[in-house]
Write a protein that binds this ligand. Structure first.
Ligand code: NI
Length: 376
């Protein structure tokens, strides 16, 4: 099946994290059709790895694609749009799978390398840590890649271009929830209960001072409050209000500083208002940090196939669970231009549309990386 058709089939049948059963089965079947490919399934849930060897060298490289879709109702109107209501490949992981599968087919055909290539298809990138699940299931013990690489389509970069950078490329993502508890009561008798709504309003303002006043201006971080829940009637003061959001950072010291300040601010607001604060702070994905040498290799391979590869001037504040793989192995994460600068819908938008014209570029990038690292 041509790569575009394969991608469209996955697109029409998207699956959420750790539920990519059909997707993984399709990929495994396509890989088993390739001569010389050994396929191993069920690694960290729905994850799979294909192994291709050539020559006699013991060098190896891992190439990773993510497989999961998002809980979004697609609004693209495409002929191959999602057949599953409320689930949509809104981040282009269907494209990532197709590019890596294409690279597997190409490398098996040409075998212009000396060593082992591990093709890693991982589940649940969108917030559930599929990369971590695969590592905990023994990914790098069973498939000990010397170095590991991944790419993500990037709508705002011109098509036919690529970018990455040494050091931080994607942020650490933390989640927090602060519940302020009062007592609740009649809105006309406010002096009989701590006002959790007023306290929450104060808390939102105070939390927004953490990055600007507690973190050095030279450090990069974001704290966004995304939800406030509380109250149900115009004449009732609610017993509790919750305030939650996300924190993004690149340096663990900055991350620690923000969490400590957030806890202090919550306690302080609670004390001042007579409420009680219950703080939940979860660190989900660490920052994605590229090895400088690996980032250079990724750029060199991209320059070979794209012609235009540049060092990204700044990291992105979004996050990526490939971070876990880069904690375990040397490697780099890169962005592949989609050619929708300011025109198309962004990643995770109901009208996001993966650009099939870049499938070949991404495929060739994987091939070039493998041939470069495992040069015969
Ligand atoms: Ni993604």
């Amino acid at each position: 099946m041509p790569l575009v058709a394969f991608r469209h089939d996955l697109h029409a049948h998207p699956e959420l994290g750790f539920e990519e059963h059909r997707t993984a089965a399709r990929i495994a079947a396509a890989l088993r059709d390739i001569e010389g490919m050994d396929v191993f399934t069920g690694i960290g849930g729905t994850g799979l790895v294909a192994v291709l060897k050539a020559g006699s060298s013991d060098r190896s490289i891992g190439l990773r694609a993510d497989m999961d879709a998002l809980p979004i109702q697609e609004e693209t109107g495409l002929s191959y749009a999602s057949c599953t209501p409320g689930i949509f490949h809104g981040c282009g992981h269907d494209g990532h799978v197709a590019m890596l599968l294409g690279a597997a087919q190409h490398l098996a055909r040409t075998k212009r390398f000396d060593g082992t290539v591990y093709f890693i298809f991982q589940p649940a990138e969108e917030g559930q840590g599929g990369a971590r699940a695969m590592i905990e299931a023994g990914l790098f013990d069973r498939f000990p890649a010397d170095e590991v690489y991944a790419l993500h389509n990037w709508p705002d970069l011109p098509a036919g271009t690529a970018a990455t950078r040494p050091g931080p490329i994607m942020a650490a993502a933390d989640r927090f929830e602060i519940v302020l508890e009062g007592k609740g009561g009649h809105a006309a008798i406010p002096h009989h209960t701590p006002d959790a709504i007023l306290a929450a309003s104060d808390l939102v303002g105070q939390l927004n001072t953490i990055v600007s006043r507690r973190i050095a201006p030279t450090d990069l971080a974001v704290l966004s409050i995304t939800q406030i829940h509380g109250g149900h009637a115009h004449n009732v003061l609610p017993p509790c209000v919750s305030v939650s959001g996300t924190v993004r950072s690149f340096d663990p010291v900055v991350q620690d500083g923000i969490e400590a300040a957030l806890r202090q601010v919550a306690e302080g607001v609670a004390l001042a208002s007579g409420t009680k604060a219950k703080v939940t702070y979860d660190r989900s994905y660490p920052a994605t940090i590229n090895d400088p040498d690996a980032a250079e290799k990724a750029l060199a391979a991209a320059a070979r196939v794209c012609g235009h590869a540049h060092v990204a001037p700044a990291p992105a504040l979004t996050s990526e669970d490939f971070a876990f793989m880069l904690h375990a192995r040397k490697g780099a994460y890169s962005w592949l231009g989609q050619g929708q600068e300011g025109k198309g819908a962004p990643l995770h938008h109901p009208r996001y549309d993966f650009n099939d014209d870049v499938l070949a570029t991404g495929m060739n990038w994987h091939v070039a990386l493998a041939e470069q690292l495992l040069s015969a």
